[in-house]
Ligand binder design. Structure first.
Ligand SMILES: [Zn+2]
Length: 502
């Protein structure tokens, strides 16, 4: 085919949600509006949307190449339960209408998640990509950047889209990945070979940080498969275990140029087998709360605080973020000189803020959203700090994430950060912006699964992961799954598993 000359016209859009089937929180248009809801071509809503990693990176990459961006809609909100049908259909149809209104374009780049579920749509990304393809015809280069926590599906790949994901967890590599995806699509738009995506399912559920061995070495090894035998990019989807669908689980996506399909399949098989081996061989590092606290307390010493991650209540995976299990355990054990954050309790934050800095008052904290939040905790607190302008660093490393109304409270020697804008702890600013000196603490509890490590590893003396009750509880065999494809580890024994093609 003949390719475009001069600057490319590139349509970009985002529709991203990590859906937790077990979350007590609904996914509304109001939730998107409170986070990111950019209307196509609206300069008023664009700056906030560009703070969304991958979507913002698209503008950077297009500018580097001198191309013209047509900004379609961008929608993202904090993980929560499945979206009602009208919410998803409205966002999807808005994106398709903006694409139709954009006129002729040379390529389409979408920022999706991969684990979005809506009422009646167990695979939103597969549905969306199929509709984009149907609307634009078979020849147009279409690309999708996913979060590696997406659950890849045959429908996504069957759309003919070039599909890649970040390789790192914490997701620190969207910019280089977007450069690669963009280059592949631009090559096609300029008349190069048509790239395609091959998928191989890996029947495992779990979370796999990439900062530590053996996953670190595995991720580093992926590049060795790229740039030869027609293989352009290799993405390993870890999957999102709390999204209950038939496609939930890990997968390998190999983008190749069609010159050697056998080589692409071989790479997918090798990488998939390697990931299966690693994933099933890794010990569950999330320990029961009591055991994790024992280890954390034993590790206290000079050289920075011990960090304990309460991943089961991570709102970044759809949990309520107001659970009190860990706070209650700290109080019960009399563990002082600690900090804990951030507890999502807008009402308590408002009461403490109204009382003012220096006030002492009885306050009921957390435990409000549902049974997985535990019971509220009644404490006599001292208000240490109140701010409504504090921000933390997001995945992009900039101070992009407002905390909302945030207060620091002290009770039983524990500094507790309570805020009004539900979000996980990414960076130490959640504490330090409220005057809490982390270096002087023995123990810091963060409501986060893994993203906190980029910001806390430099100050932490040691890091432990606990498994309290919560919507993101790590005891996967105990979850009330209805749609999972079996066998899958760790619900089924390793001997019953084998990596399969899509
Ligand atoms: Zn993710």
């Amino acid at each position: 085919m003949s390719g475009a000359a001069g600057p490319l016209r590139v349509f970009v859009a985002a529709l991203a949600h990590e859906t937790n089937s077990f979350s007590p929180l609904p996914t509304s248009l109001r939730a998107f509006a409170a986070d990111i809801l950019h209307r196509a071509g609206d300069p008023a809503t664009l700056p906030k949307a560009r703070g969304f990693p991958a979507y913002g990176d698209l503008f950077t990459v297009a500018a580097e190449r001198g191309d013209t961006v047509i900004d379609g809609p961008a929608a993202w909100t904090q993980p929560s339960g499945p979206a009602p049908r009208p919410v998803y259909e409205g966002l999807r149809d808005g994106l398709l209408a903006a694409l139709a209104a954009a006129g002729p374009v040379d390529m389409v780049v979408l920022v999706l998640h991969g684990a979005m579920v809506a009422d009646g749509y167990p695979d939103c990304e597969g549905d969306l990509l199929a509709r984009v393809r149907a609307q634009m015809g078979p020849g147009l280069p279409v690309g999708a950047m996913l979060d590696l926590h997406g659950n890849a599906s045959p429908a996504m790949v069957g759309s003919g889209a070039v599909i890649m994901a970040c390789k790192e967890y914490p997701h620190t590599d969207y910019l280089p990945r977007m450069r690669e995806l963009y280059a592949i699509l631009a090559g096609m738009a300029r008349g190069g070979r048509r790239a395609r995506t091959l998928m191989r399912r890996v029947p495992v559920l779990g979370l796999y940080g990439t900062t530590e061995q053996p996953m670190r070495g595995f991720v580093d090894g992926l590049a060795g498969h790229e740039g030869r035998d027609g293989v352009l990019a290799v993405s390993v989807m870890h999957g999102f275990p709390w999204s209950d669908t038939e496609h939930t689980g890990a997968a390998v996506l190999v983008v190749h140029d069609g010159s050697d399909k056998g080589a692409a399949a071989r790479v997918a098989g090798q990488v998939g087998d390697g990931f299966l081996r690693l994933a099933t061989g890794m010990p569950n590092r999330r320990l029961p709360l009591a055991q994790a606290l024992d280890l954390a307390v034993a590790a206290i010493g000079p050289g920075g605080p011990v960090v304990l991650a309460d991943g089961a209540d991570n709102p970044g995976g759809g949990a309520a973020c107001d659970s009190t299990f860990v706070l209650r355990a700290l109080l019960g054990r009399g563990i002082g000189n600690a900090a804990l954050g951030m507890l999502w309790d807008p009402q308590a934050a408002a009461i403490a803020a109204d009382a003012g800095v220096g006030a002492r008052l009885p306050l009921r904290l957390g435990g409000k959203v549902g049974p997985l939040s535990g019971d509220p905790v009644d404490l006599d607190v001292e208000v240490l700090a109140v701010r409504d302008d504090a921000r933390q660093r997001g995945l992009g490393g900039e101070l992009t994430e407002p905390l909302g109304l945030a207060v620091a409270l002290r009770a039983g020697g524990i500094d507790i950060v309570v805020n009004s804008h539900r979000q996980q702890v990414f960076s130490p600013e959640c504490f330090t912006a409220l005057g809490i000196d982390l270096a002087a603490k023995d123990l810091v509890v963060v409501k986060s699964t893994q993203h906190f490590r980029a910001g806390f590893d430099p100050v932490a003396r040691a890091t432990f992961y606990c498994d309290a009750p919560g919507s993101l509880n790590g005891d996967l065999p105990s979850l009330p799954y209805r749609h999972l494809r079996r066998p899958v580890w760790p619900l089924d024994p390793v001997g019953s598993l084998h990596a399969k093609g899509a």
